[in-house]
Structures are given as structure tokens and as C-alpha cells.
Design a protein around this ligand. Structure first.
Ligand SMILES: Nc1nc2c(ncn2[C@@H]2O[C@H](COP(=O)(O)OP(=O)(O)OP(=O)(O)O)[C@@H](O)[C@H]2O)c(=O)[nH]1
Ligand SMILES: [Mg+2]
Length: 280
């Protein structure tokens, strides 16, 4: 009788997530998401609780001008000790917020999950499955996976495809779609990769993946079901231009200045400069 109350995907999640040893930190970047944030936190918390996983959610509110922060705090009181809500006073970009989030989490695995409910948290079980089967360090949701079910406007499909070709031309990445808001990482990978990251906005995902690939981490792709909750997407021509520009900058740093290979040198140099200044 109980089985009839649980849907098939939930049943699979329960069976599967029991096998995960370690804590899962779900990071939700949120900017002006007052409409969705409560439902999103609630649905995610329920999904992971029912699955019997050890989890925490970190909401990174990035200078929202609506009441995203208050709604998230209100929701967090329903799951004491499980939900952390952080707020930047001004909007610095999704990438910057995700990079900062590493300070607050305690998990062995990190899930990036958009706060707008376009992607259901149950999809995370597929990512864990693929991580285990492919022995991957990173699994990313991909709109261009042959088994994905995506409903989004024609223009966005064109952007996705064009961006795929651009990324393929510039970087030899083993993935088709770097931009989907659902990704799974082993935490140690992010600790290694984040200090190299400079992009603050949407090309952040690409910079993380390019660096992880460069360091030899294994990346796999997973199918997703994407159901946009907003009638009109928020990615406009400005965002597209910024992503394009940042993508070229990543190429420049990786292949021309070799910044990423010299980051440890730069950090040591800056530290030495800092020490000298302190001694004066
Ligand atoms: N922290 C932070 N989060 C952001 C920012 N911009 C967007 N987000 C969040 O990042 C996620 C994805 O942003 P969206 O605007 O939905 O981008 P998208 O999914 O590519 O595009 P559409 O849903 O079609 O508009 C959502 O959870 C947003 O709330 C930002 O500047 N800072
Ligand atoms: Mg979205």
C-alpha cells in the first residue's frame, strides 16, 4: 500500500541514494526568485530527506531586490540545521556566488541546482548513477543529451547549439552543453579548481569545466528533463554577449597567456608581496 503512494522515480531515488556514502551539499544560486525559492527549497529538502541521504542546502542570494532572502530564511526554519541562507549585498553574478559558496559547505559532494525549478531535484539521482558507472569526478546535466526532454524556446535551442560548436572549436571538452543549471561534483574537485576561476557571470560553468578537464578530472554528461517555469527567459542579448566575451577570455588565459598553469606562481608572488607590505 505504501508503495502505491510513492512514484517510481522516488522509489529509485530511495534505493539509490541509500548507497551514497557522504554528505551532499546542494547549492542554489538565486537572484530575484521570490516566486520560486520556497517551493524549490521545499521540494529539494523533501526529495533528499525521503531518499535518506545526508544533505544540506545552501541558498546564495545575490543581492536580490525582491524578498528572495526572507522567503528562503522562512523556509529554512522548517528544516533546522539543514539549510544555510547567505546573501550578498549587491549582485555580483551567478559564478561569483557559486565560487563563494565553497566557504560555507561541508559536503563530500556538491550539487549546483538552479533555484527556479526548471530542473527537478529528483534528477540528481541520475547524475549520481552516472558518476558511479562512469567513474566520473563531475557529472553535468545536458540539454543536448539524446535522452533529454527539453521544452524551451527555439531561439534558446539555437544559442545552445551555436555555443556548443564554439566551445568545441576552442576547447576540446568532452561535453555538449556546459550551461545547464544542474551539475554534480566531488567537493575535492571544486576545492582544486575554484582558486583558478575568474569569470563572475554565466561563462563561469565553462571556466570550471575547462580547468577541471585540464587538470585531468573525468567529466560525464547526464540526460535531464527541463521545464521552464518562466514564460520569458531572462537571458537576453547582453548576457549572450557577456558569455561570448568571457568564453574568448577563457581561451586566451588557457592557450595564450597560460594563466591557469601559472596560477600557483601568481598566488605565491601575491602572497610574498602581501608579506612584504605587512612587514613595512
Ligand atoms: N547568485 C546568483 N544567482 C543568479 C544570478 N543570475 C541568475 N541566478 C540564478 O541562477 C539560476 C539560473 O538563472 P536563470 O536566469 O534562470 O538562467 P537560465 O536558466 O539560463 O535562463 P532562463 O531560465 O531561461 O531565464 C537561477 O536559479 C537564478 O536565480 C546572479 O546574478 N547571482
Ligand atoms: Mg532558469
Amino acid at each position: 500500500m505504501y508503495l502505491a503512494l510513492i512514484s517510481l522515480p522516488q522509489l529509485r531515488a530511495i534505493k539509490f541514494m541509500k548507497n551514497i556514502k557522504g554528505r551532499i551539499s546542494i547549492i542554489m544560486p538565486a537572484y530575484n526568485e521570490s516566486e520560486h525559492i520556497a517551493a524549490s527549497i521545499d521540494e529539494t529538502a523533501k526529495t533528499f530527506s525521503q531518499a535518506g541521504a545526508d544533505w544540506e542546502i545552501l541558498v546564495m542570494d545575490d543581492g536580490s531586490t525582491d524578498n528572495t532572502y526572507d522567503a528562503a530564511v522562512r523556509c529554512s526554519s522548517l528544516y533546522p540545521g539543514r539549510i544555510i541562507v547567505q546573501k550578498n549585498r549587491v549582485n555580483l553574478g551567478k559564478g561569483r556566488a557559486l565560487k563563494k559558496s565553497i566557504r560555507y559547505i561541508t559536503g563530500d559532494y556538491v550539487v549546483f541546482l538552479d533555484a527556479d525549478m526548471d530542473l527537478h531535484p529528483l534528477l540528481v539521482q541520475t547524475l549520481f548513477d552516472i558518476m558511479r558507472l562512469d567513474n566520473a569526478d563531475i557529472v553535468i546535466g545536458s540539454k543536448l543529451h539524446p535522452n533529454s526532454v527539453v521544452q524551451y524556446p527555439f531561439l534558446r535551442k539555437v544559442y545552445s547549439k551555436v555555443y556548443y560548436w564554439l566551445v568545441r572549436l576552442l576547447f576540446n571538452l568532452p561535453c555538449h552543453d556546459t550551461q545547464t543549471g544542474l551539475k554534480l561534483f566531488k567537493t575535492e574537485v571544486l576545492r582544486k579548481v575554484f582558486p583558478r576561476i575568474l569569470v563572475k557571470k554565466f561563462a563561469f560553468d565553462l571556466e570550471v569545466l575547462v580547468n577541471a578537464h585540464h587538470l585531468g578530472y573525468r567529466i560525464a554528461e547526464a540526460p535531464i528533463v527541463l521545464k521552464p517555469q518562466r514564460k520569458f527567459g531572462r537571458i537576453g542579448p547582453n548576457a549572450v554577449f557577456t558569455i561570448f566575451w568571457d568564453t574568448l577570455a577563457i581561451f586566451y588565459r588557457m592557450n595564450i597567456t597560460h594563466y591557469y598553469d601559472r596560477i600557483d606562481y601568481y598566488r605565491r608572488k601575491n602572497m610574498a608581496k602581501e608579506f612584504r607590505r605587512m612587514r613595512k
